[in-house]
Design a protein around this ligand. Sequence first.
Ligand SMILES: Nc1nc2c(ncn2[C@@H]2O[C@H](COP(=O)(O)OP(=O)(O)O)[C@@H](O)[C@H]2O)c(=O)[nH]1
Ligand SMILES: [Mg+2]
Length: 297
Amino acid sequence: MNNLDKTKNFDKTIINWYPGHMTKAKREMSEKIKLVDMVIEIRDARIPLSSINPLLDEIIGSKPRLIVLSKADKAENEETKKWISYFKSQGHETVALNLIGDRNVASTISNCCLTIMKDKIDRLKARGLKRVEIKAMVVGIPNVGKSTLINSVSKRKIAKTADKPGITRALTWIKVSNEVALLDTPGVLWPKFEDLKVGFMLAVTGAIRDDVLPMQSIIEFAIGFLIKNHKEKLVKRYEIEVSEDIFETINKIAISRGCIQQDETIDYKRVYALILKDIRDNQLGPISWEKTDEDSK
Ligand SMILES: Nc1nc2c(ncn2[C@@H]2O[C@H](COP(=O)(O)OP(=O)(O)O)[C@@H](O)[C@H]2O)c(=O)[nH]1
Ligand SMILES: [Mg+2]
């Protein structure tokens, strides 16, 4: 199958990809959500729209939610601030975090949860309850940082062991603070593959496997975006002159990085892998792939 056909078959690929998982995940999460007061929804700060799950609203119903924009260290600060204002204007308490580097993850999460649940806490206290514990559940698409958040607040590697499917066991709660506890297993949701652009966003940020979309089209999308928005990052990283032409730019990167085969033709497989790794590892610097002022919203 050539690349174009593969791209055309994108929707089919995705549908085949998640067969039974969707219904099962949705059912399990709906059950667990009954046990918590609120939900902590993690989205990737670089792609706050593409990293959502289309059914989440339906699954969490009227439960309050905190939106955590993860990997803030890999996104542009100014854009992240705009996203926070945008989500807040929609009525969602939102916070951006570097779940690996920030030291105050637990206290930030706890404070946000208490803010969101303030009315309920006040009501319970008014009724004479002395100690109130808010229970929350972490949800999000694969690789968004769910385990990292849970590990970070628990300060131990608890969350890892929880990923084994089919094992029923008593629920474990992790204390974030004296007032807030997290379910130790996060809810994994599939992303919304509604169009190809979302697929590219998920691919460049590492949310989906490389082989879901053809590598060539992922890289062409990424380089096209970078030429348009961050030419200077390409110049700096690859020490090349950048034109408007995507293919020419890819070739220049290949030559600059010595991705050349024995017969002196360009080793595209190698240069594609190199570019994708650089992007995912933040080697070009912070990049917000989705911006608030785009029509895509
Ligand atoms: N730079 C950066 N990396 C993060 C952050 N949060 C998670 N990661 C990394 O993203 C990858 C996926 O995280 P993980 O917690 O396993 O995602 P999960 O699938 O949602 O549980 C791991 O390599 C983490 O180290 C963050 O805020 N900043
Ligand atoms: Mg995980």
